[in-house]
Design a protein around this ligand. Structure first.
Ligand code: CTP
Length: 412
């Protein structure tokens, strides 16, 4: 991919890996991008403003106050002048500041003021990287939508071995290209293509109790549903996420209700209605155990248990069937292991929804619990198949599809 015309705001932090930022500038400019360099006070200990400016072909921004006083370009303007903000190396200190919203120097102020995606390439000592505080900060930034590339495993300048080495400039270029492949503007709440829309999304599995300590579950991780919730919130929608038990964090900017069973999920969805869009991404258990024990079943006294099943309510079908308050767009998922399109078409008709997102969840595809998904959009107007993509990218494209639906005023 050519980076012609793309502008990268490059924040160079203070670490031994800062020298790689110089090579990165060269690689980006070779590909047609322009670089707005920012050097932190610590970064200046490792690379000089002169070498950065010579390679970037523009002067280096270093000081928050001179920037505002000179009024050449205020920090707000600078933070938004680029298509993408890239932090190389992202030190433990910069990560901690960004995770906590500090703004006490130019770099941290830019990170707080920007309306663009941020990509960080961490580099630090292995113990600093693995420290609970850094991991907590990284998890927070990921929830906030910050992208990360690396760190890699390897021998470090300090002589220790493990994760913490910054990835190579070409890996960062690839991550920049990937980030720039879709929109990098983060709309303010209330702005964006889904502004003013309310979306309810179910996600994850449901757990159906057998007794107080045992349950029936499935392999859904909630990643796809949560990614859609995050992408929809970023597109300006008011999002209610009804999540079954998952091991992933609640997305930021989304109201999340935690439930266990299908019946609790239905109740939470009913309570959240009305909405403009309903998306059933949860892998809802088809059955519950009707004779679930109030106490733990004992091996010694009860012999072989005999479970009786009852059918769970179909949340998607019941939302679709509403005569009053039916969302304008009702979207279901079809997780299949064979006849993917045919079964999806059947579900579209049976559950009376507007769109089914079908995917093949055969174990060899690695979709359930994995980070990628290959989906087919099945609607009355036909089938659109997408290539294998990251679940985040699938989510972004789905949100674009939903936005287009409302623009067109018809079925996507
Ligand atoms: N779904 C739901 N409530 C249920 C079962 C499924 O809301 N009790 C929703 C899912 O969230 C998904 C869609 O229906 O959007 C299809 O789910 P799936 O389990 O594939 O369909 P089933 O109705 O269970 O059909 P089958 O068992 O025949 O595959």
């Amino acid at each position: 991919m050519s980076l012609t015309g793309k502008r990268v705001l490059l924040i160079i932090g203070g670490g031994i890996a800062a020298y790689k930022a110089l090579d990165l500038i060269r690689r980006l400019r070779e590909r047609g991008a322009s670089v707005l360099p920012v050097l932190t006070a610590a970064g200046k200990q490792f690379v000089t403003p002169l070498s950065v400016a010579s390679l970037a072909g523009v002067s280096v921004h270093e000081d928050l106050f001179s920037l505002t006083e000179e009024a050449s370009m205020g920090h707000i303007e600078l933070s938004r002048a680029a298509d993408l903000v890239v932090v190389v190396p992202a030190t433990a200190d910069l990560i901690a500041k960004a995770a906590n919203g500090l703004a006490n120097d130019l770099a941290s102020t830019l990170l707080l003021a920007t309306d663009k995606k941020v990509l960080m390439a961490p580099a630090m000592n292995v113990r600093m990287w693995l420290h609970a505080a850094t991991q907590r900060n990284v998890a927070q930034l990921e929830r906030d939508g910050v992208l990360f590339v690396g760190p890699a495993d390897g021998e470090m300048a300090c002589g220790e071995f493990g994760p913490g080495r910054m990835v190579e400039p070409l890996d960062i270029v690839a991550a920049i290209e990937k980030a720039l492949a879709s929109s990098t503007v983060i709309p303010l709440p209330g702005n964006g293509p889904l502004a003013g829309r309310k979306i309810i999304i179910t996600s994850g599995p449901t757990h159906e109790p057998i007794d107080p300590v045992r349950y029936i579950a499935n392999r859904s991780s909630g990643q796809q549903g949560h990614a859609i919730a995050k992408a929809a919130a970023r597109a300006g929608a008011r999002v209610v996420l009804v999540s079954g038990p998952v091991a992933i964090p609640d997305p930021s900017g989304v109201t999340t209700h935690h439930v266990e069973t299908a019946r609790e999920m239905l109740a939470a969805v009913e309570a959240a209605l009305p909405a403009d869009i309903f998306i059933g991404a949860a892998a809802v258990a088809d059955w519950r155990v009707e004779n679930a024990g109030a106490q733990k079943m004992k091996k010694s006294t009860s012999g072989m248990p005999s479970l009786q099943f009852a059918e769970n309510p179909d949340i998607l079908a019941s939302v679709s069937a509403k005569s009053k308050d039916r969302p304008a767009l009702v979207v279901g998922f079809a997780a299949e292991t064979e006849n993917v399109i045919a079964y999806a078409q059947d579900k579209l008709a049976r559950k009376k929804c507007d769109l089914i997102i079908a995917n093949d969840v055969s174990p060899e595809r690695g979709v359930m619990g994995g980070s990628k998904n290959e989906v087919h959009l099945v609607s009355k107007s036909g089938v659109e198949s997408w290539p294998l993509l990251d679940k985040d990218e699938v989510a972004r494209r789905l949100v674009d599809t939903f936005s287009a639906h409302f623009k067109k005023g018809g079925v996507a």
